[in-house]
Write a protein that binds this ligand. Structure first.
Ligand code: NAD
Length: 496
């Protein structure tokens, strides 16, 4: 980022943030439950308050979405007309990119350089991708007998409830909003109580872009009340969720208790990053492991949190890795030069500290990090942390920590690498570093994860789907496959 941009950041970080309201049926209004405080992980200071939606607010939002859907003003508009609105929305997001990024960072602590790219700019790219795709997706004519015309239409499902987490809220919400709206659905969006501000702001930009009232509604508030009310609602057709496995389970149960709505889950990971001794460039692999693990303080669903090193290079690799990790600059996420920002709140930091203590008591060896830093700022910062001597049965090797804590293990051959890689219940992403094309192809097929990187980690674009296997979820964000979640097939069998 340029010096001029950082000058603008200084102004933006000082902006007062008004108390936030709900966005329902194109209007802003207070919620019927108590407001929630919003504090900044940068320094612990109070930023503003958030309206908390109660059940009746959620009912109103679902009703607004349903009414808009049935009116056809969005759902039956020409795909090319929807494309125009989504493209205008993308343009507006892009022209407000720095403002949106700083707002988001003040709320969740992600380092600005990453937030700018991964949040507004990525959301604009996602809107453009589905805007451009939607008038190019055709139905089918079935190969039915000559006296029959068999048609397969792809129709919107109706009302979509999108529930998203606090890490990368804008990027992840866009992965759901863009395909859902492009396909003609109407949406009720429930952001995390820890990261709602940017999503409320982009809702106002959606209205400016011409999205009709009711097509997008935003209900903020607690997961247990507002989120649960959406999940249990009988008039919601699909829940598209990104978040933790525990909440994912509760959404499936809510669907079973209510109208059997479709539930798509993008959940956590414990992703292995596997370095073979023939990795093409060990220094590049070290950089890839550091980036794939510690950006956004490790609060990245696909973070490569389990490092599997082939024994012959393990000691040399670890030495380089510790040095690179200790060079990372952790601090104020809005300051120039910061590489790693804050963790998202006091409770998150406390949870991370408990994970470190638990790993030590299980016998893992702490080789760097492990402590809170910069406590005098009032913010929540943690040293990038590495454990070696981790065994597959330790909690550190099996459970998602969702912070800057890397668990390292050693393997002797490919079979052992695969066994270790697949030894958790999760399967979101993985990395493989090797010069051998055959090893790479075999690993892509044998490591059970939704996204496998080869000789890199992270950075895939919209052209490939992202989704978990095993307990990392079902369904996919990104790519044309995401449209499957937000459309249903309607067959016609027409006797001629
Ligand atoms: P979380 O599950 O605590 O919360 C996610 C959302 O669910 C929030 O909006 C929350 O308010 C809501 N919620 C909470 N309880 C609810 C309930 N009972 N009913 C309905 N909604 C409820 O997750 P988080 O802490 O916000 O996010 C971190 C998690 O998200 C990590 O596990 C991470 O791996 C996962 N994640 C996954 C992906 C992916 O693409 N697979 C991407 C980012 C984050």
């Amino acid at each position: 980022m340029s010096t001029t941009q950082y000058e603008r950041v200084k102004q933006l970080r000082a902006d007062r943030i008004a108390p936030q309201q709900l966005y329902i049926d194109g209007k802003w209004r207070d919620g019927r439950a108590e407001v929630l405080p919003v504090s900044s992980p940068i320094d612990g200071a109070r930023l503003t308050t958030l309206a908390a939606a109660g059940r009746s607010d959620v009912n109103d939002a679902v009703h607004a979405a349903r009414t808009c859907y049935e009116s056809g003003s969005w759902s039956r508009s020409a795909p090319a007309a929807r494309r125009q609105v989504l493209l205008r929305w993308a343009e507006l997001i892009e022209s407000h990119a720095l403002e949106l990024a700083v707002l988001g960072v003040r709320e969740n602590g992600t380092e600005l350089s990453m937030a700018l790219r991964a949040e507004p700019l990525s959301a604009a790219a996602t809107l453009r991708y589905y805007a451009e795709a939607i008038d190019k997706v055709y139905g089918e004519i079935a190969p039915s007998p000559a006296n029959v015309l068999g048609l397969v239409h792809r129709l919107p499902v109706g009302v979509v409830g999108a529930i998203v987490p606090w890490n990368f809220p804008l990027m992840i919400a866009a992965w759901k909003l863009a395909p859902a709206l492009a396909a003609g659905n109407c949406v009720v969006l429930k952001p995390s109580e820890k990261a709602s501000l940017t999503l409320l702001r982009v809702a106002s930009l959606a209205a400016e872009a011409g999205l009709p009232a009711g097509a997008l509604n935003v209900v903020t508030g607690s997961g247990g009340e507002c989120g649960a009310a959406l999940a249990e609602h009988d008039d919601v057709d699909v829940i598209a969720f990104t978040g933790s496995g525990g909440v994912g389970r509760s959404l499936l149960a809510a669907s079973a208790r209510s109208n059997l709505k479709r539930v798509y889950l993008e959940l956590g990971g414990k992703s292995p990053n596997i370095v073979f001794d023939d990795a093409p460039d060990l220094d590049a692999a070290v950089a890839g492991v550091v980036n794939g693990m510690f950006r956004n303080s490790g609060q990245v669903c696909i973070a490569g949190t389990r490092l599997l090193l082939q024994r012959s290079i393990a000691a040399r690799f670890m030495e380089k890795l510790i040095a690179a990790t200790e060079r990372l600059v952790v601090g104020d996420p809005l300051a120039a030069g910061t590489q790693i920002g804050a963790v998202c709140g006091e409770d998150q930091l406390a949870k991370l500290m408990r994970s470190v203590r638990a790993a030590e008591s299980e016998g893992a060896k702490l080789v760097t990090g492990g402590a809170r830093i910069l406590a005098d700022t009032g913010g929540y910062y943690m040293q990038p942390t590495i454990f070696t001597d981790v065994t597959p049965t330790m909690a550190l090797a099996r459970e998602e920590v969702f912070g800057p804590v890397l668990a390292s293990m050693v393997f002797d051959d490919e079979a052992e690498a695969v066994r270790l890689a697949n030894s958790t219940a999760l399967g979101l992403a993985a990395g493989v570093w090797t010069s051998d094309l055959s090893t790479a192809h075999r690993m892509v097929k044998s490591v059970r994860a939704g996204l496998i990187h080869v000789n890199c980690y992270g950075g895939s674009d919209l052209t490939v789907p992202l989704g978990g296997v095993k307990q990392s979820g079902n369904g996919h964000d990104k790519s044309l496959h995401a449209l499957d979640k937000f459309t249903e097939l309607r067959s016609a069998w027409m006797q001629l």
